[in-house]
Structure formats: C-alpha cells, structure tokens
Design a binder for this molecule. Structure first.
Ligand SMILES: Nc1ncnc2c1ncn2[C@@H]1O[C@H](COP(=O)(O)OP(=O)(O)O)[C@@H](O)[C@H]1O
Ligand SMILES: [Mg+2]
Length: 302
C-alpha cells in the first residue's frame, strides 16, 4: 500500500533562507531566472494579470482569460548538473518574498513510478494529483503550490517509443490528465518538469507546456564567474584564472565541465588535496581538474 508520504519527498516551504542561498549561488541562469519569475508569478497569482489589465486597459482583456487557461506547466530541459533541480526547488523563494506569501514546493518521488504492476503507475500519478488538487483548494491563492517532477522523462516517456511498455503509456495519459485537471480546477498550482533527455519526453506533454527553458554547461564567462566564486580568498592572478577556465572548457573532448562537476567535484578534490598541510594554489586546482574530468553528456542509448 502506497501512502501519500511515499508519493512525495519532503515538502519545501518557501521563503526559506537555505533556498534563498541555493538560488543566489546559481551562476549564468539570469536570463532564465527573469523569464521564469514572470511566467511563474502569473501562473501562481493569476489575479495579478487581471489587476494589470484593469489598471492599464480599464477592463479585463479577453487575452487575460486566454492566458489564464494555459496549462500550468513549465519544462526545464538540458544537460546534467546545470542547475535544473536546484532552480525548480528554489526559484519561488523570490516570489514568496516579493509578495509576502508562502509557497509550498512538493516534489514527486521517483517511487511514484511504481513497480510496473498493471495499473499501478496510473493510480499513483492520479493519487499524486488528487493530493495536489486537494491541497490547492484548501490553501486557495494564499499559498500557491509548485509540483516538481524531476527526471520527468522516467514518467513521461514518449508514447511513440515503439518498445514502450503499455503501463508507461497509461502513465503519460495520467500525467496529461492531471495537468489538465490542475489547469481547470485549481488556481495557484504550477508543475515544473525537469529532464536531461528532452527527446524522450512525450510530445503531447511538451506541446502543453507554457514555456520550455534550456539549460547548458557553463561557457567561458560563466566558468570564470563560478571558479572565481568557488576559490574566493585564494590568490589567483588573471592568467591563472584564464588557464583554469581553459582547462575546464570543451578542448578536444568536445564538452567541458558542468556546473556540478566544478561545484561538487573539483572544489572538494582540491580542498582534500591541499588539506592538511598545503594551501590551495592555481597549480593544485589545475591538477585536480585533470583528475576530475567532465561528466559525459547524456547520449541516447543504442
Ligand atoms: N548554474 C549553476 N551555478 C552554480 N552551481 C550550480 C549550477 N548548476 C548546478 N550547480 C550545482 O551543481 C549541483 C547539481 O545541480 P542540479 O540542480 O542538481 O543540476 P541538474 O538538476 O541540472 O542535474 C548543485 O550542487 C548545484 O548547486
Ligand atoms: Mg536534476
């Protein structure tokens, strides 16, 4: 028997200082952050759009009603380790602060995929959306909900994939049904799907999305920013930084380090190599970069 607890990981309630910090530390996503904030704000607080229309047009334009009926779905697509999960879980912190409201982030657990028993995934996804709808109705527009479906391709695999199991097709249908239900029956709910394999996501789901954002590995400027930030306090000359930025770039390999390769692996390896007797130097960082090669991009399985 699956309980509601099993369907979701722990809820995150925003605003929250830790979320604020995780959000602020994301580098190179400013263009996404800006557009996302606007899209999400209007989905989570539909009244704002009406107020704007009344203020500027003295009437609620039909366009506002049309916009309000878009499926409240945003897709985050792109390479591993580029900040999709972190952004999905934390971006509403800024919205919560700006509007002085609470926002609840509910994260669908991978366990919701079930064990493959007939009808199980459909039932689990149905139950998950029932919980979301129930919560949303109880909270009204005072406390919007964000449903994060991470590794969404695991649930919403293309129904066109020929080898796809019947059970998975039913799961995709259940997801589409859930999103439509949220669109028509509840306000103040936004679904964010994250995937490293956008090609595997069902086209029917992609078509419904209000927006799709693409995440990629850090370019030269972004690597400069992140390396400078990570090794703040370590004396590095501009040419040291340039060398480290080159070492973490695509080079002959064709792909460079991801954000998480730098933030999680290179940083830790460097500190551990220096500790307990040596200081961190440009040479030491360079050495560790070579020891920690970039994560290969996801490629479709043959
Ligand atoms: N744009 C970024 N700027 C700074 N750190 C990042 C960025 N993207 C990812 N990270 C770091 O890498 C780790 C993994 O990020 P995550 O959000 O799980 O990536 P994804 O979901 O795209 O695989 C986290 O520790 C996060 O802080
Ligand atoms: Mg992720």
């Amino acid at each position: 028997m699956t309980t509601n607890q099993d369907l979701f990981d722990d809820d995150l309630d925003l605003p929250d200082p830790f979320a604020q910090q995780r959000y602020a530390r994301l580098v190179g996503l400013d263009h996404i952050k800006t557009r996302l904030a606007k899209e999400a704000e209007l989905i989570l607080q539909p009244d704002l759009l009406e107020e704007w229309s009344l203020r500027t047009h003295q009437t609620v334009l039909p366009a506002v009603a049309r916009l309000a009926h878009r499926p409240p779905l945003i897709i985050f697509a792109g390479d591993v380790g580029t900040g999709k999960t972190t952004l999905a879980e934390t971006f509403a912190d800024a919205i919560a602060r700006r509007h002085r409201i609470d926002v609840r982030v509910k994260r669908l657990s991978l366990r919701a995929r079930g064990t493959g028993a007939v009808g199980e995934m459909t039932r689990l996804i149905g139950t998950a959306f029932d919980v979301i709808l129930h919560d949303a109705r109880a909270a009204g527009s005072k406390r919007p909900t964000i449903l994060v479906i991470d590794q969404a391709d695991a649930l919403a695999q293309s129904r066109e994939a020929s080898q796809m199991h019947h059970e998975d097709r039913a799961g995709v249908n259940a997801l589409i049904r859930g999103i439509s239900q949220v669109a028509t029956e509840a306000s103040g709910v936004l679904v964010i799907m994250c995937t490293n394999r956008i090609g595997a996501l069902d086209p029917a789901i992609r078509r419904r999305a209000a927006a799709e954002f693409d995440f990629s590995r850090p370019d030269e400027n972004q690597r400069t920013a992140i390396l400078t930030d990570l090794f703040e306090g370590v004396p590095l000359s501009p040419s040291d930084v340039k060398h480290l930025v080159d070492l973490t770039g695509p080079g002959d390999r064709g792909y460079g380090h991801t954000y998480s390769d730098l933030v999680d692996r290179v940083l830790a390896a460097t500190c551990l190599a220096a500790y307990p007797t040596r200081p961190i130097t440009a040479e030491l960082i360079a050495e560790q970069i070579l020891i920690c090669p970039p994560t290969p991009p996801f490629t479709a399985q043959p």
